[in-house]
Ligand binder design. Structure first.
Ligand SMILES: *Cc1c(COP(=O)(O)O)cnc(C)c1O
Length: 364
C-alpha cells in the first residue's frame, strides 16, 4: 500500500471483491476463467490484482502488449501462463509460459517456422475472427489453413479462441452467428484443441457460449457485464480526493473556466484535488456529482486539469482535508459516472491515472 501525501487522492481497490467476482464468474461459466489484466488491470493495478487471483487459483492471465506480459512475469514469478493478446514476434525474449496470440496467417507462419527450425514447438493461441474484424485470422485465411493444416507444424496450440462483438446485448443475432462460425472453423482447423470464447458478458449468454477458458476482464473490476439488467458483480474501486479549499460565493458570481456556472445565490464551494488529468473526464462538467459523508454534492462549473469544484452549501462544517468520494458508492459507480458523460465504465476505470496513492486491500 502506498501512503498518500498531503493533498493527494487515494484509489482504494478491494482485491477481496475482485477474487469474489472471479470465483462467481467461474461458477457461472462452469469451467475455468482466466484473469484479463491488460492496461494495468483496467487501471487498478495489474500486479496486485494478478497476485491475488493467482493465490485464489487462477493459472492464466491475459495482457495486450508484450511489455505488459514481461512486467507481469516479474510480478508473478514463474508458473502462471501469460497470454499476449496483440501477439509478438517469434524472436522476442519471453519464456515458455508467455504465449502469443496468433492473429494472422503471417503470425502462424512466423511462429511455426521458428518452431520447426529449432525443433521446439512454440506454445501459442490461435485467434479466429468470426465477426469482430479487429484481430484474428479472417475467413479467407481460415480456409487456407483448413486446407493445409501442415502450416501448424512447429506450433503447440494451447487454445483456439474468438472474441464476440455484441456479448453485452444478449438478443443480438451476431452472437449465435459468431458461435456457429467459430464451432465450424475450429473443428476444421484445430480439432481437439481447447477453446476459449467468452469475455465477461459472454459468460452470461449461457451454455452455448461456454468453453474451456473464459476471459473475463471488466466484470472482475465490478463493471456490469449485463448492462440490460442489475449489476451482479461486487464493486471494487473507490476514489477519494481531499478538499483543498472552501469558499463562499454570492449570487451572480461565476465559477471556473468559461464562467460556465453562475451561483444562483450564496453558496459554499469546495475545490478538490482531482481533474481530467486524473480521469475525471472534462465531459462530466455540468452533469456529475460526488459523495461527501454519503450525501450527494453537485459538480459546479467545468472540470479542470487538476481541480474540480463541488457545491457543499448543505454541509457547512466541511473543512479542508476532508475526503470527497469522486468514484464509488451508491449511484456513483464507474458505470454510473460513464452514463453521465456518454461513455462506458471501462473508459472511466482505465482513465483513472497515476496521481493517486493506490491502496489495495484484502485478497484471496
Ligand atoms: C479485453 C478482452 C477481453 C476481456 O473483455 P471484458 O469485456 O473486459 O470482459 C477478452 N478477450 C479479448 C480478446 C479482449 O480483447
Amino acid at each position: 500500500m502506498t501512503v498518500a501525501s498531503p493533498g493527494q487522492g487515494v484509489l482504494r481497490v478491494d482485491l477481496g471483491a475482485i477474487v469474489a467476482n472471479w470465483r462467481d464468474l467461474g461458477a457461472r461459466h462452469g469451467a475455468p476463467c482466466a484473469g484479463v489484466v491488460k492496461a494495468d488491470g483496467y487501471g487498478v493495478g495489474a500486479a496486485p490484482v494478478a497476485r491475488a487471483l493467482r493465490d485464489a487459483g487462477c493459472t492464466t492471465f491475459f495482457v495486450a502488449h508484450l511489455t505488459e506480459g514481461l512486467a507481469l512475469r516479474e510480478a508473478l514469478g514463474q508458473g502462471p501462463a501469460i497470454v499476449v493478446l496483440n501477439g509478438f514476434p517469434p524472436g522476442a525474449a519471453g519464456d515458455a509460459a508467455l504465449w502469443p496470440v496468433l492473429n494472422s496467417l503471417g503470425d502462424v507462419e512466423a511462429h511455426s517456422a521458428a518452431g520447426r527450425a529449432d525443433g521446439t514447438a512454440r506454445p501459442a493461441l490461435l485467434h479466429l475472427d468470426t465477426g469482430m474484424a479487429r484481430l484474428g485470422l479472417d475467413a479467407r485465411e481460415q480456409r487456407a489453413l483448413a486446407e493445409d493444416r501442415g502450416r501448424l507444424a512447429g506450433l503447440d496450440l494451447r487454445y483456439v479462441m474468438t472474441h464476440f462483438a455484441c456479448a453485452d446485448e444478449p438478443m443480438h443475432p451476431l452472437n449465435a452467428r459468431q458461435a456457429a462460425r467459430f464451432a465450424e472453423a475450429a473443428a476444421r482447423i484445430a480439432p481437439g484443441v481447447p477453446r476459449s470464447l467468452a469475455n465477461s458478458s459472454g459468460i452470461f449468454l449461457g451454455g452455448g457460449f461456454a468453453s474451456d477458458l473464459a476471459r473475463p476482464g471488466c466484470a472482475l473490476y465490478g463493471i456490469n457485464p449485463t448492462p440490460e439488467a442489475p449489476n451482479p458483480m461486487r464493486q471494487v474501486v473507490r476514489l477519494e480526493v481531499p478538499v483543498l479549499q472552501l469558499r463562499q460565493v454570492e449570487a451572480d458570481d461565476t465559477v471556473g473556466y468559461g464562467a460556465s456556472w453562475t451561483a444562483p445565490g450564496p453558496r459554499m464551494l469546495a475545490t478538490v484535488a482531482a481533474g481530467y488529468a486524473d480521469g475525471y473526464l472534462r465531459s462530466l462538467s455540468g452533469r456529475s456529482h460526488a459523495l461527501l459523508r454519503g450525501r450527494i454534492v453537485p459538480l459546479t462549473g467545468r472540470v479542470s486539469m487538476d481541480l474540480t469544484i463541488f457545491d457543499v452549501t448543505d454541509m457547512p462544517d466541511i473543512r479542508p482535508g476532508e475526503m470527497v468520494t469522486l468514484v464509488g458508492g451508491e449511484g456513483n459507480t464507474p458505470d454510473d459516472i460513464a452514463a453521465r458523460c456518454g461513455t462506458i465504465g471501462y473508459e472511466i476505470l482505465t482513465s483513472l491515472g497515476a496521481r493517486y496513492a493506490r491502496a489495495h486491500v484484502g485478497g484471496a
